[in-house]
Design a protein around this ligand. Structure first.
Ligand SMILES: Nc1ncnc2c1ncn2[C@@H]1O[C@H](COP(=O)(O)OP(=O)(O)O)[C@@H](O)[C@H]1O
Ligand SMILES: [Mg+2]
Length: 395
């Protein structure tokens, strides 16, 4: 199954591109679902249909689904939240404030992605297209499965046996209400589910397409997005430049836009290489309906391109061996050396790029090594590891 995620700044044309790509896939005989995790319900509007929380057929092998983020959230998080509220209540935190503290930022959208996992599992589709929430949220939500798992492993001892033996002690010492078994089950389930979401999103058949418009502010944000997506191990396989003004027969006003966009597009082509940059022309009216959207997508990808072909093979993270050393190479396009931070904490590597942070569990071969150096070159961070004799001997 091919999974395509569309992301980009608000209003650049994510929904249009996602719906168009899906409609094109269906028109080529592929069983396709286009699913939106964006709480702004514009996917159904673009297709000119009504969508519900279950896949509904638009026609011709195309299905649409609008994830009910609130419902998914309640299902997975409510029980944990109630427990946290009771803890905060004991601690004398104002209930209103407590409510706010127990809402995980971005968690709704993350849990919406559980629907993506379910649909992948169903095996019903050849192509699954996901219309994501705007960049900032999506990034946070894409990062969250990992961050949340890390947090949970520490805050909640997931092993229930450990919990049972600790309960009497903790109960007495801290005066904190101990969670019921159901809470731990809910946490363990959520933890496992998020791991599965991450697996789906970083699977070899899953790629991200970055949508942008040829404007300097948008392009700058798209570059940062590409860096962060790489940091989290996602594969970006294309850039879609939308709202490109047609050049021919332009009046003075349009001619200026054409010139300004041409400059931005050249910049985009140069800086996102080797990613293909597809151009989508500014239409005279909003493209609405499966047919209009599919036509627009077909013109965007052009002939001779299979938008649903296999994902490029380049792995975002690889471990290479050179002599006695190991090198962990991570793709970080556009990252600047001054904003990259690296800290080793036991079996984990905490990697930061600007305000984004990733906790990488080290592959087993690297756990018994020490970091001896790191260099950022050609958009790749290369971290060198040397076997540590003390660690190898188990000291
Ligand atoms: N190439 C285009 N030509 C004309 N209108 C477009 C084009 N791409 C998008 N639009 C219109 O712009 C608006 C925003 O697009 P949308 O796909 O909803 O953006 P996003 O999902 O990124 O917020 C919609 O009304 C859409 O119909
Ligand atoms: Mg949208």
């Amino acid at each position: 199954m091919r999974v395509l995620l569309f992301t980009g700044k608000g209003g650049v044309g994510k929904t249009t591109a996602a719906a168009g790509t899906a409609a094109l896939a269906a028109s080529r005989g592929l069983k396709t679902l286009v699913l939106s995790t964006d709480p702004a319900h514009s996917l159904a509007d673009a297709l000119g249909v009504t969508a519900g929380p279950e896949p509904t057929e638009v026609g011709g092998g195309l299905y649409v689904q609008q994830v009910d983020t609130q419902r998914r959230f309640e299902r997975s998080w409510r029980e944990v939240q109630e427990y946290l509220l009771s803890v905060l209540d004991t601690a004398g935190v104002d209930p209103l404030e407590a409510e706010e503290l127990t809402v995980l930022p971005g968690a709704e959208e993350v849990l919406a992605l559980l629907e993506v996992r379910d649909q992948v599992r169903s095996g019903r589709w050849d192509v699954l297209v996901v219309d994501c929430a705007p960049t900032a949220e999506t990034l946070r939500l894409l990062a969250l499965p990992e961050a949340l798992g890390w947090y949970m492993e520490r805050v909640f001892p997931v092993e229930r046996r450990v919990v049972r033996s600790l309960r009497p002690v903790l109960g007495k010492v801290a005066g904190v209400p101990m969670p019921r078994d159901g809470v731990f089950e809910a946490v363990a389930r959520l933890h496992a589910e998020l791991g599965e979401v991450r697996e789906v999103l970083t699977a070899t058949g899953t790629t991200v397409r970055l949508v942008l418009t040829p404007e300097s502010v948008v392009v700058a944000e798209a570059r940062r997005t590409l860096t962060s997506l790489s940091l989290y191990g996602y594969r970006v396989d294309a850039v879609l430049a939308n709202r490109v003004f047609p050049a021919g027969g332009a009046d003075d006003w349009r001619a200026r836009w054409v010139a300004a966009q041409a400059e931005q597009l050249a910049e985009v082509e140069a800086s996102f290489a080797p990613l293909p940059v597809y151009r989508c022309a500014y239409q005279q009216a909003e493209p609405v309906g499966a047919t209009a959207l599919a036509d627009l997508a077909a013109a965007t990808y052009g002939d001779g391109v299979d938008p649903f072909g296999p994902a490029p093979e380049a792995e975002p993270i690889v471990v290479e061996r050179s002599g006695d050393e190991f090198v962990l190479a991570i793709a970080l396009p556009f990252a600047d050396r001054s904003e990259v931070g690296l800290v080793r904490k036991g079996d984990e590597l905490v990697l930061t790029v600007g305000s984004y942070r990733r906790v990488l569990a080290l592959p087993s071969a690297l756990r018994r090594c020490t970091v001896v150096g790191a260099a950022l070159r050609d958009g790749r961070l290369r971290i060198r590891f040397e076997p540590d004799p003390a660690l190898w001997m188990g000291l």
